[in-house]
Design a protein around this ligand. Sequence first.
Ligand code: FE
Length: 201
Amino acid sequence: MKNTGRFRDFVQSFTQFIADVGHEEERVFTDGKAFLSELITHDDWLPEQFANPNLERYQQYLLHCDPMERFSVVSFVWAPGQKTPVHDHTVWGMVGVMRGVEFCEEFSLDPTTGRLNAGNTHELTSGGIDFVSPRIGDIHRVSNALGDRPSVSIHIYGANIGAVKRHTYEQPEGHKKTFISGYSNEVIPNIWDRSAGPVAN
Ligand code: FE
């Protein structure tokens, strides 16, 4: 039995947090990081069906969407060898690795030529958190750094990310294509059955 109460507590706390800070991105990053950090350092709550890799392509499972679509929470699952295209987000995002290791490659568009420039690369190990946004750098490619098992990360975005019109980029010309990612799942985790845990007051 998964500790779904942990994710329920996170959803409630983060909803209150966003109600307080709104879209003040710097505060979302500086103060909101602690909520994600707490969630990913306790790997006991994610139901298995939202951590399952698919050998065809990487998975993005919606775990929660704020009713006002102010934020969404998604689990990304990469099988060995899988990677995203080079893509942007157009809204703020926090990426926290919960299992395995992810390899992150940053890119930027040259303002004069429009070409895609490769930037820094780094590995994100379990417990590590990355930030993306149009303000601080929004274009990257993420892949599973492990050749023998899946990696799983938990992402929070400042919108219903699966419904956001954003872009993939071709290297090196930087040609961009609009896409809407959607989600891999049709049902979301039931975090509201409290019968298995302590009874709410
Ligand atoms: Fe991304």
